[in-house]
Design a protein around this ligand. Structure first.
Ligand code: GLN
Length: 484
């Protein structure tokens, strides 16, 4: 019998009773990772995981992560473990240091079992652009549907019961969108709440550490472990860290805003109906739920502004992938030739396109009309959001207008459904706001989620509301168990 469909807390209790040992959990996780047919892994840490088990020491009841297997997106540096961010350009790169997130988890005796696939360098949302090809959604055994990206492998391996939690990264929605498609809880806290030291940067002003679990309590447990100032990351916050798990069930604010323009942009009637039912249950549970307005022009500007800003930052951040310092190196007569040949061979089309957009918007003659204009739009969008959050504890809307899309989805990219309902989650990256996705229903066997977003450093409120929602929907600990 397998155990890894269980939550962190359930596994902790079994480890405490001695019903299961960390070695058995690692056996199961490694066996499942090797048998995985969803393309979750860049690298399975078999040897490393067993070395960790040997060094675990005695069970520690005060440490909920003791002996719990996990997986981490392959854009986090892991000392002595290959890290390539699903890109050919980092082929063969083995970091000499570990990211703070990874270090904190292993210091707390969680056991890493693998590095997960992503859209190349975390750019993209389909789970298709990594150098190992498509990552699949475990909820569809025929492999026709996306799990979404960019944290595709991290989402899939939790949805497939390979591990109870995993680490992702979220620059536009890369944890919170796949969480919706995978029936998972996907959380990204406030910008600066968790150190990004050792996370390969995509767009530093938007990048967040995020994680996947199968319930809200496990999400709070992870934030307890990961939050806090880190001297190695100058952007990490000095703000005192709350006790997220301990305070989970304490009553908090109950004022919820639903943005009417986002809801109205959705065409899927089943998602709308289920969402409205959930709102009614929230009202019955004593919440105030109001539909509020958001300027449509600003909502339609979220995605274009995001593309300009994120591509500009990505172009600059990835300039160090030059074929000299690490990873792939193509030959050439001069430094310029080596760089040109390496980058031409090492990056996929999607990355090259984004670097062209980034470089174009940073050209001196384009900066005002593209880069600065996008920054201004970002500011206005954040101001409009803060205006709503002054009166409400959280914004709540469907995380996506659809369940997991087919791989050959062709969206009308100028429609409100695409520009607004499919991309509004990025508002939380613009403002650095804490944001959590959790399941609200199923349609044709595929899950879909809702997203709660609140003001900076209000993670405690967010978890409390999310926990009420979990009780209302009854949708927690969802996963595909697979063969056992
Ligand atoms: N889908 C978005 C993009 O294409 C988000 C990526 C992310 O959050 N890393 O860039």
């Amino acid at each position: 019998m397998g155990y890894l469909h269980l939550s962190i807390t359930e596994l902790h209790n079994l480890l405490k009773e001695g019903t299961v040992t960390p070695k058995q959990l690692v056996d199961e996780a490694i066996a499942k990772a090797k048998a995985d047919n969803n393309n979750c892994f860049e690298y399975i840490m078999e040897k490393e995981a067993y070395e960790f088990v040997d060094k675990l020491g005695d069970f520690d009841d005060s440490n909920p992560l003791w002996g719990i297997p996990f997986a981490i997106k392959d854009n986090y540096s892991t000392k002595d473990v290959p890290t390539c961010a699903s890109s050919n350009i980092l082929e063969g790169y083995v970091p000499v240091f570990s990211s703070t997130v990874y270090q904190r988890l292993i210091d707390r005796k969680a056991i890493p079992i693998g590095k997960t696939t992503l859209d190349e360098l975390a750019m993209g949302g389909t789970g298709t652009s990594g150098h190992k090809g498509k990552t699949y959604n475990p909820w569809d055994e025929t492999h026709k549907h996306q799990i979404g990206g960019s944290s595709c492998g991290s989402a899939s391996c939790v949805a497939a019961s390979i591990v109870p939690f995993s680490i992702g990264s979220d620059t536009g929605d890369s944890v919170r969108k796949p969480a919706s498609y995978g029936g998972l809880v996907g959380m990204k806290p406030t910008w600066g709440r968790i150190s990004r030291y050792g996370l390969l940067p995509f767009a530093a002003s938007l990048d967040h550490v995020g994680f996947f679990t199968r319930n809200v309590e496990d999400s709070a447990i992870l934030l307890d472990v990961l939050a806090g100032r880190d001297g190695k990351d100058f952007s990490s916050s000095f703000e005192p860290v709350d006790k997220y798990e301990e305070d989970l069930l304490k009553p908090r604010g109950k004022r919820i805003a639903v943005i009417k323009e986002i809801f109205d942009s959705i065409t899927n009637e089943e998602i709308k109906k289920t969402f409205i039912n959930t709102l009614n249950s929230l009202k019955n549970a004593g919440f105030t739920v109001d539909f509020v307005n958001f300027d449509v022009k600003l909502l339609r500007a979220v995605y274009p502004s995001y593309i300009v800003i994120s591509c500009a930052e990505a172009t600059s951040n990835n300039a160090n992938l030059d074929g000299i310092k690490f990873g792939l190196r193509e030959s050439g007569e001069t430094y310029q030739d080596v760089t040109k040949n390496t980058r031409t061979k090492g990056f996929s089309e999607l990355i090259k396109r984004r670097f062209v957009i980034g470089s174009f918007s940073l050209l001196r003659e384009n900066q005002d009309v593209l880069f600065r204009r996008a920054q201004k739009a970002r500011r206005l969008i954040v101001e409009e959001t803060n205006r709503i959050l002054k009166d409400y504890d959280a914004i709540y809307c469907p995380a996506s207008p659809t369940t997991a899309p087919l791989f050959e989805k062709h969206a009308d990219k100028l429609s409100n459904e695409y520009l607004i309902a499919d991309n509004w989650l990025t508002i939380a990256n613009f403002g650095g706001l804490p944001s959590i996705t959790l399941p609200i229903g199923f349609s044709d066997g595929l899950p879909f989620g809702g997203n709660l977003t609140s003001s900076p450093f209000k993670e405690k409120d967010l978890f409390a509301i999310a926990s009420c929602l979990e009780d209302i929907t009854g949708l927690k600990n969802l996963s595909k168990k697979g063969e056992e």
